[in-house]
Design a protein around this ligand. Structure first.
Ligand code: LLP
Length: 421
C-alpha cells in the first residue's frame, strides 16, 4: 500500500495534489511520501518484534538526508556502502552505533572515517580487506567490530545483475571457508567478530532462497560458537521484493519474512539485523514527468517525456517495468492506445516502455512513474547535461523540496579549463 491516490480525478501524494508540486518545482521531479516510508519501515520492526532486532535501511536505494532523518528518527539503523553514504547517515543524525558498513571495496580512508566517527560493525567481504581493517584499527588504537559476509551459494532467482549469493558473484567469502576466516580474525589484533552477515540479492519474490541461505547461517552459527567465537548478531541483508505492477505480482510480505526468520533463527539468542532498501523506499516514491510531444511514428506513437534514462535508469538497465499513470485520472471507460514511452536522450535505450497501453495524453500533460522511490534518484546522472532532477518530500498536506534542481551555472562551474589550453 502507498499514499499516491487519485482524489477528485487528480493524483495526490498524501494530501498534496501532484500538479501543485509540478507548478512549484517544474518537471521532472521525484516525490516521496513520508507516511509510506514510515509505514514500510514499521512493517519490518513489527515483523521482527518477537526478536531483538535492528532494521538498517539500505541507503543506496534512496539516500536523501531528509529521508534518512525521517527513518533515523523512527529508530532505524543504516546500511552504508561508501564513505559518502556514511557521511549522509551521520548528517541525518544517525549515531554510529546504528550504522553498518557493507561493500567489497572499502578503502583505508573509509575505514578510518567510520572507526573515528563510530560504527556498529563492518561487514567484511574478503580476507585482504580483513587484514587491512585490522591494520587501520590498530593504527587508530581501536578494535573494529566485524561480521563476515558469507556467500551461501544459493540462487536468489532474481535478475542476474542484482543476484549476489551465488559462488560466481564477487560478494562475500565462500561459506565453506568461514571457520578459517573467523580463526584468523580471532588472531588479528584490530578485529573482534560480533556476528555473521549474508545478503543474497535484491528484488526476491520468494522466501525459499532466503530460507535456504538462513539455514546455512544457522548451521555456521553453531560451528563458530563451538570454535569459541562470540556470535551475537546475524545480519541477514536486504532483498525482499516489491510489486512493480498493480495486478499479477504478490511478493511475500514482511510479516511472512519475519515469521520465517523467527522459525529459522529465532532460538539462537542472536540480535537480528536486516538491511532492506527497496521495500521501504520503492513504493514510497514517484517520478513525475511532463509530456513534451506526442510523435506519430511508423506503425507506432511515441510519448516523448521531459524525463529520460539519466533520471530513471532502471528500464534501460534492467528492462525493469514501472507503471506509468496519468496525473489526471481518465474517466472510466476512456479509450487507451499503445505508446512507446521515451525520453529526450540521444540513445535508443532511452525507452521507458514499449507499446504501453495508456490513456490518450497529450503535450503538456503530466504522467507519473510508480515504484520509483528505490534506485531512482540515487542512480541518476547528468548525461546529455541534463541537471539532476529535484526531490520533494510530502507529509500530510505539506511538501518541501529536499534536493533542488542545480542551475546550469552550477553545472558548468564544476568544469575547469587548464591554463595551458
Ligand atoms: N544490503 C546489501 C549488502 C546490498 O547489496 C543491497 C542491495 C541491499 C542490502 C538492499 O537490497 P534491497 O532490499 O533494496 O533489495 N539497482 C538495482 C538494485 C541493486 C541492489 C544492490 N544491493 C535495481 O534498481 O533494481
Amino acid at each position: 500500500m502507498d499514499h499516491f491516490l487519485y482524489r477528485n480525478g487528480i493524483l495526490h501524494a498524501e494530501d498534496v495534489a501532484i500538479p501543485e508540486i509540478a507548478a512549484s518545482v517544474g518537471t521532472p521531479f521525484y516525490v516521496y511520501s513520508a507516511a509510506t516510508l514510515t509505514r514500510h519501515y514499521r512493517l519490518f520492526t513489527e515483523a521482527l518484534s518477537p526478536m531483538p532486532h535492528l532494521v538498517c535501511f539500505a541507503i543506496k536505494s534512496l539516500s536523501n538526508i531528509a529521508v534518512l532523518k525521517l527513518l533515523g528518527d523512527l529508530g532505524a539503523g543504516m546500511d552504508v556502502v561508501s564513505g559518502g553514504e556514511y557521511l549522509r547517515a551521520k548528517a541525518a543524525g544517525v549515531p554510529g552505533e546504528r550504522i553498518v558498513f557493507s561493500g567489497v571495496g572499502k578503502t583505508r580512508e573509509e575505514m578510518a572515517l567510520a572507526l573515528t566517527g563510530g560504527i556498529r560493525q563492518f561487514n567484511l567481504e574478503s580476507e585482504p580487506e580483513m587484514r587491512v581493517l585490522s591494520e587501520v584499527a590498530v593504527s587508530l588504537g581501536v578494535v573494529a567490530p566485524v561480521t563476515v559476509r558469507v556467500n551461501p551459494d544459493v540462487d536468489a532467482k532474481t535478475h542476474a545483475k542484482i543476484a549476489t549469493g551465488k559462488s560466481e558473484n564477487k560478494f562475500g567469502i565462500p561459506i565453506a571457508r568461514a571457520r578459517e576466516v573467523y580463526a584468523e580474525i580471532a588472531r588479528l589484533p584490530g578485529l573482534k567478530a560480533v556476528g555473521i552477515d549474508v545478503h543474497i540479492g535484491s528484488q526476491l519474490t520468494e522466501l525459499a532462497p532466503f530460507e535456504a541461505a538462513f539455514a546455512k547461517v544457522r548451521e555456521l552459527t553453531g560451528l563458530l560458537r563451538a570454535d569459541g567465537h562470540d556470535i551475537q548478531r546475524l545480519d541477514l541483508g536486504g532483498g525482499l521484493g516489491i510489486p512493480y505492477t498493480r495486478s499479477n505480482e504478490a511478493p511475500p510480505l514482511p510479516t511472512d519474512y519475519g515469521a520465517m526468520i523467527q522459525r529459522t533463527l529465532g532460538d539462537l539468542g542472536c540480535e537480528i539485523e536486516i538491511e532492506p532498501g527497496r521495500l521501504i523506499s520503492g513504493n514510497a516514491g514517484l517520478m513525475v514527468s511532463g509530456v513534451v510531444y506526442v510523435k506519430n511514428g511508423e506503425g507506432r506513437d511515441f510519448l516523448i517525456l521531459d524525463a529520460a534514462m539519466n533520471d530513471l535508469v532502471r528500464p534501460s538497465m534492467y528492462d525493469a517495468h514501472h507503471d506509468i499513470i496519468p496525473v489526471t485520472e481518465p474517466p472510466a471507460g476512456s479509450p487507451t492506445q499503445p505508446f512507446d514511452v521515451v525520453g529526450p536522450v540521444c540513445e535508443t535505450g532511452d525507452t521507458f516502455a514499449k507499446a504501453r497501453e495508456l490513456p490518450l495524453v497529450g503535450a503538456g500533460d503530466l504522467v507519473a512513474f510508480r515504484s520509483a522511490g528505490a534506485y531512482g534518484a540515487v542512480m541518476a546522472c547528468e548525461y546529455n547535461t541534463r541537471p539532476l532532477i529535484p526531490e520533494v518530500l510530502v507529509q500530510g498536506d505539506h511538501f518541501a523540496v529536499i534536493r533542488r534542481r542545480p542551475t546550469f551555472d552550477e553545472i558548468l562551474a564544476r568544469d575547469t579549463i587548464p591554463e595551458w589550453l
